[in-house]
Ligand binder design. Sequence first.
Ligand SMILES: *Cc1c(COP(=O)(O)O)cnc(C)c1O
Length: 395
Amino acid sequence: MNINANSNFANIKETYLFSEIGARVRKYQEANPSASVIRLGIGDVTLPLNKVVVDAMTEAVAEMGVKETFRGYPPEYGYDFLRQAISDYYTRNGSSVPASDIFVSDGAKSDCGNFPDILGSNEILIPDPVYPVYLDSNTMNGNHINLVTGSADNGFTPSPSDITTGDKPYVIYICSPNNPTGAVYTRDGLKAWVDYALKTGSLIIFDAAYEAFITEDIPHSIFEIEGADQCAVEICSFSKFAGFTGTRCGWTVVPSGLDAGGVKLQKLWARRQATKFNGVNYPVQRGAQAALSVKGIEACMEAIDYYRNNAKMIADLMSKKGIWYTGGTNSPYIWLKCPNGMGGWEFFDMLLNEAQVVGTPGEGFGEAGAGFFRLTSFGSAEATAEAVARLDKLL
Ligand SMILES: *Cc1c(COP(=O)(O)O)cnc(C)c1O
């Protein structure tokens, strides 16, 4: 054909992470057909939707089958009942976000990936290691990417003082609690980023997908920090909070005060969504609303407590073994430093061969992940306990 493809795609680094993990596990299982392999590399929830959510969705499906209550296209930015429920959720967590600043979507990944649509060419600042969506979506748009490095020294919560590419206006990505490192920014840590953004005229894109795992006195939202409504958007999701990874619902907060050179970002995001997105289906929005009810939050927290217990089992073992790690509390992830200076893949092979436990090498999340390893708490309690017992013998 005589058309031009987007040449920026050539700059996206191929990731063989999960296919390579799959290939190594398959090879091991073929050679050891009776071995019981435990997967602690799962990055997806495994518990089913709770009854509060299912009942609300079921009722909504029934409404769709009756002429009087049938609904067609949903409103582009989400039904008011859900935008209000999300706004109330912020109030409960101690910040103030008006419903009109909330844009419901089919998930945080879409919003992370789509947000560069409304921004021009900018310098991007991304932490390393990182959730690959931030990196790849900006590469697709041809943006120049600067990395700020996470390390054991900064506890994988890099601060503005770790920037090595100069102080200037950046589009800054922050994910807290973090995937893959499980690290969480304190109030002071987040304030440093908000102050930096206000000083330099930067925009923060804050990914709060794991906020529901927070147990300590740590911000659930960037909007708990004063001034964030002048410099930050927040992307959040029902995926990890309510088990919606297969059902799909999330939201983005674009404060009305965000002004990029005289242009209101909220206006652009509204236009972008209205043009390219036709909303989340009604039953799912009713399910999401139910998840944010008092009973719904209680039921969601039961599932999160289950994962938290798994995380604690793993974290306790790391503490016992004197292995350095982040996460384990306020997060479903444990990010550990491979013992004896091993590389992530070397450690992967050792766990697979000696304990039949599968995790994720840190190398898959960026150069700064080398020599680190991610274990997740999304397995069953029984499998996690068994894996911990095996690792207790091995490490
Ligand atoms: C799981 C996850 C999300 C949620 O994505 P959805 O598209 O809403 O399922 C967002 N950000 C990070 C870092 C995640 O790990």
